[in-house]
Design a protein around this ligand. Sequence first.
Ligand code: NAD
Length: 298
Amino acid sequence: MSESTSESTPAIAIVGTGTMGQGIAQHCAQRGYDVHIVDSVSARAEAAKFSITQIFERLVQKGKIADDERQRTLARIHIETTIAGATKNASVAIEAVPELIDLKVSILKEMANSAPSDCLLATNTSSLSVTELGARTGQAARVVGLHFFNPVPIMDLIEVVRGVDTSDENVARAVSFAQALNKSAIVVRDVPGFATSRLGVILGCEAMRMVEQGVASAADIDRGMELGYRHPMGPLKLTDLVGLDVRLAILEHLHRELGEQFRPPPLLRTMVRAGKLGKKTGEGFYEWKDGLPIVKAR
Ligand code: NAD
């Protein structure tokens, strides 16, 4: 059964409530949107809302938001059990399911079938072809990349990815939506990995090869980039934050599309097979406790 209260208010639909879907839901609700979330594992949608509730409680305790604002914002997040329920009044529908093209096509098709005909169909893909997603969905003009960054409420950028046939009007709507979320938008042509993942992932990939080769510890490689190059976070800590499985899926795609320099390091595959996915499972290149990284004993 739907928790939805608003039958006619234009709203944001979010399909997939993992790391990114949760962050997008939190941020959209904080910016005043009604948000309808759905996940194929209903417990994950519940867990996402619970986790957002806890984040807001901490913000109230720290005096960063008032209690009535917390209540109002939480009330804007509605858990739905079907994609049709989540998208029926949506002005923007965003998919944030795993980085698998067939899965994303089927989700976008379902979104297109149930959302109003003028609803923007957005994908949060980090690397897959927005052109292919649009063409295979049969909605080439309406599908656009809205590439959010993790953690969504904190990161300032949205990369708007224009598929070959995405209409100018829908690119402009995507940029306006990004601005309404108080984010800066860059508009990027649809190439594998766009502008950001292509550069970010190659740095992470090289850092993993350096761990494999025993050049330095993960923590020291990160410190090198943080202190020597003023990166706010080293590439291995960032890989833990993103999720090693997510990084592996992106690398596999970029390896197929762009060649050898993106071949996933064997260490990454081994860690994913071992279930060491980073922050979300409590262990990756670091151990994670209470949302903070702890340097592993060497
Ligand atoms: P995740 O694994 O944390 O979450 C994915 C969610 O989708 C899960 O809760 C899963 O149950 C759900 N799901 C799977 N199949 C579904 C279906 N058929 N219907 C509805 N829900 C379904 O993944 P994530 O890290 O949130 O990544 C999601 C997307 O965002 C990927 O395309 C990824 O490349 C992209 N992305 C990730 C990051 C990051 O830092 N993790 C950053 C930018 C973009």
